[in-house]
Design a protein around this ligand. Structure first.
Ligand code: PEP
Ligand code: MG
Length: 755
């Protein structure tokens, strides 16, 4: 039985068409367990029910027809508890209802197991026979297969393929999803989905209402693929007859009129969109060829797959001619929205972002906040296909996403949007005022910056200098390492814009989730590998050019240039980096520039340094805490992984204790300390960090007005007391709730609601 299971699990995974995989599974399970019927139900979220999608046994006409309401009957019971149910007599179970399984009263011995994917029950697999309770081995067999099938079924659900009717756009049903709040604000817009490259096996089924347009799209793609292959074939002309033969075979397939007719019939008769039609036709032929054990035919199957992928790629390009030019009020949605995507698709038209992966601390989220675009990350369950061109309501503060919101939901969102806009107007008056508490304690509010486009917003919002310039951002938008002259131009614009306030430029911080397209770093465990200062100290060439450009940018200006060293994990790195800065400084002076020696600071983001603050403080002029990485390393939780996002908590008592200890040790060593992690821009974080005594809070420009408003409405003393209370607590969620309640009592709840 074990071997049969391994073979079947392997075959299920290898099957490109999930329907065939499901049908094969129930047939072979039936055979192996000697049962009278085997049924596979998958969750259909258009009707909140479990739909029979594969079945072996009597009543097979019920496939795709029978739908069992969620939470009722035996299937619902199994799904709810996410546990197997093994019964000698199904009818005597309290959850049994007449319609709870396919009717067939004599098969009362029942075994059902849940199919669980990402903690959610996506389906239920059941078997029945007329006598003999299922053994433990049989239960284990079925459970293992359910596990193998779960991701296939989850995938089909995600692509909207488990539905009563395949045309979702005719079904404007409101669907609510909740994911990770990543950039505050509410928006109403239209889903603008960017797909990764579609491969044959991943193409979703989708009905079209415009068959003629779809067919034309297909013909254009076909011609482009044909031209491309012909060109290649000609380039091998005479030189290599074998290669030419292969390409001739490709052309032969592309010229095959039967293939064109079959695609046409899928589009016109089955109302499939062009990629779906290509998938259906090619998958059909590939499976037939693969079933025949013949080397030559298997090769031909590979050829078909290659051609299908080429066609799909072309179809995608045709479809995405507007990829870089989204419609107005677009909500950008993708499997993983990258920072480059945001930059490429004209941020002006993007009013919201939803990413299925990533978390609030990934650099994509940081960029969204910097641009003031509401964003939700880690929306694992959101079906991309259903969101495409659908009305979307998004709340980046709570993490709520609605596809096809109802009129009531829309009204609620409109009120929220209006309230936030009127508070924004109130905040404008604070621009020139200091961040000073009602009992006279002042703190600097600075900006975290990365793109030139952010400068104006930072100035408009009243930033008192730059607390963190992520220089890797301009590096990432280039095709090669920027030269000294190119860097100088960018840095100079920052120095001039913020004159006379200080500008803190961080040395290139790559590695982890920050990659330069022209300098890939492939590592098994990138967050613990070659990151930040480790890279640039190994490459003094990169380091020196950057510092030279920074120094030249400060030529003849009053603003203080501060150079910040990222990912420092020991004193030796600081000394080595300082020597390089000195070298660059001497060079620049010798070249005739009028520059002051820059202030040098170390980032405290590696936990080891929390215990060496005094020694580090002796070596540098200032400290800047990177609470994003410090949290990730203290808690051993990736800042970029939606799976463990609940464990990533800046308000974890250990993180707070570490932060407080850093401030105290820095001040004892007479060194100023700022914080530039994301928590500085949150209301709960700002109140606690103020209480700890941080000299400066650095955050995205969008957060500055609200944080300033908060500080101007609180007393330093009350924040110190709040901190003392919080430090006696054990749990992050309890701490956040407590801080929120405190802020409500202090009369500043309005700012929480506006985030
Ligand atoms: C941090 O780690 O907190 C930080 C500010 O740096 P980055 O987010 O760029 O890693
Ligand atoms: Mg960091």
């Amino acid at each position: 039985m074990y071997e049969a299971m391994v073979r079947l699990a392997r075959d299920i995974l290898a099957q490109p068409d999930w329907r065939k995989g499901a049908a094969m599974a129930v047939a072979r399970i039936g055979m192996n367990l000697g049962v009278d019927c085997c049924s596979l139900y998958a969750f259909d979220h258009t009707t909140d029910s479990f739909r029979l999608i594969a079945h072996e046994g009597p009543f097979s006409d019920q496939i795709n027809q029978l739908s069992l309401p969620e939470n009722t009957g035996l299937v619902g019971f199994i799904a709810q508890r996410a546990e197997p149910l093994n019964l000698l007599d199904a009818t005597s179970h309290p959850a049994f209802t007449k319609n709870s399984i396919i009717a067939e009263s004599e098969f009362n011995v029942f075994l059902g197991v849940p199919m669980v994917h990402n903690r959610k029950c996506v389906g239920v697999l059941t078997v029945r026979r007329d006598s003999q309770k299922f053994t433990d081995d049989e239960e284990g067999f079925l459970t293992s297969l359910a596990t193998a099938l779960a991701s296939t079924i989850a995938h089909a659900i995600e692509f909207g393929e488990i539905v009563a009717t395949p045309n979702y756009h005719r079904h404007r049903v409101q669907k609510k999803f909740r994911a990770i709040p990543s950039s505050p604000g509410s928006r109403i817009g239209t889903g603008f989905v960017l797909y990764d490259d579609l491969m044959l096996d991943d193409v979703p089924e989708r009905e079209t209402e415009e068959p003629e347009a779809e067919f034309q799209r297909f013909l254009v793609a076909l011609k482009a693929v044909r031209d491309h292959n012909e060109k290649i074939s000609q380039s091998f002309d005479e030189l290599d007859p074998m290669h030419q033969e292969i390409f001739n075979a490709y052309l032969h397939i592309l010229d095959d009129e039967t293939m064109v007719e079959e695609v046409k019939s899928e589009i016109f008769e089955q109302e499939q969109w062009a990629p779906g039609a290509v998938k259906r036709v090619f998958a059909r032929h590939i499976v037939t060829l693969e079933e025949i054990e013949n080397f030559y035919l298997a090769e031909r199957g590979d050829m078909l797959r290659d051609i299908a992928d080429q066609l799909l790629e072309k179809l995608q390009n045709i479809q995405s001619r507007d990829r870089n030019n989204p419609p107005a009020n677009a909500i950008l949605i993708a499997e993983y929205v990258t920072a480059t995507m945001i930059a490429e698709v004209v941020p002006d038209n993007i009013i919201g972002i939803v990413s299925k992966t990533g978390s609030a601390n990934s650099h994509t989220a940081i960029l969204a906040r910097a641009l003031g675009i509401p964003a939700v990350m880690g929306a694992m369950d959101l079906p991309l296909f259903e969101a495409e061109e659908a009305p979307i309501a998004l709340d980046g503060s709570s993490g709520e996403i609605y596809i096809n919101p109802t009129a009531t939901t829309l009204d609620q969102y409109k009120v929220r949007i209006q309230e936030s806009a009127s508070f924004d107007r109130e905040l404008e008056a604070l621009r020139e005022l200091p961040a000073e508490t009602i009992d006279g304690h002042r703190v600097q509010i600075q900006v975290n910056i990365g793109m030139l486009e952010e400068i104006q917003q930072a100035l408009d919002n009243g930033a008192e200098g730059v607390g963190l310039f992520r220089t890797e951002v301009p590096f990432a938008s280039k095709k090669h390492f920027p030269t000294e002259a190119q860097q100088l131009e960018i840095y100079r614009q920052h120095m001039l814009a913020f004159e006379p306030t200080p500008v803190t430029m961080r040395i290139l911080d790559i590695g982890g989730d920050k990659e330069l397209p022209y300098f890939p770093i492939r590592e098994e465990n990138p967050y613990l590998g070659w990151r930040g200062i480790r890279v640039t100290l190994d490459h003094p060439d990169i380091f020196l050019v950057q510092v030279r450009a920074m120094l030249k940018a400060s030529d003849d200006l009053q603003s203080e240039l501060r150079i910040l060293l990222p990912m420092i994990s020991n004193l030796e790195e600081v000394c080595f980096a300082k020597n390089l800065v000195d070298q660059a400084f001497e060079e620049i002076k010798d070249e005739g520039f009028t520059v002051q020696h820059p202030k040098i600071g170390a980032m405290i983001e590696v936990p080891a340094l929390v215990f060496q603050i005094r020694s580090i403080a002796e070596q540098v002029d200032f400290l800047a805490v990177g609470s994003n990485d410090l949290t990730q390393y203290l808690l051993a939780v990736s800042r970029n992984n939606a799976r463990v996002v609940d464990l990533y908590h800046e308000f974890h008592p250990s993180v707070l204790i570490a932060l407080y200890s850093i401030v105290r040790d820095a001040h004892r060593a007479d060194t100023t300390v700022s914080i530039c992690g994301e928590m500085a821009g949150t209301m709960e974080g700002a109140a606690l960090l103020l209480g700890m005594g941080f000299d400066s809070l650095s955050m995205n420009a969008t957060h500055i007005p609200r944080v300033k408003w908060l500080i101007r409405n609180l007393s330093y003393e009350s924040c110190q007391q709040l901190l003392a209370d919080v430090l006696a607590m054990d749990d992050a969620t309890e701490i956040v709730d407590f801080v929120r309640r405190h802020l409500q009592h202090a009369g500043v709840g309005k700012v929480l609601a506006s985030m």
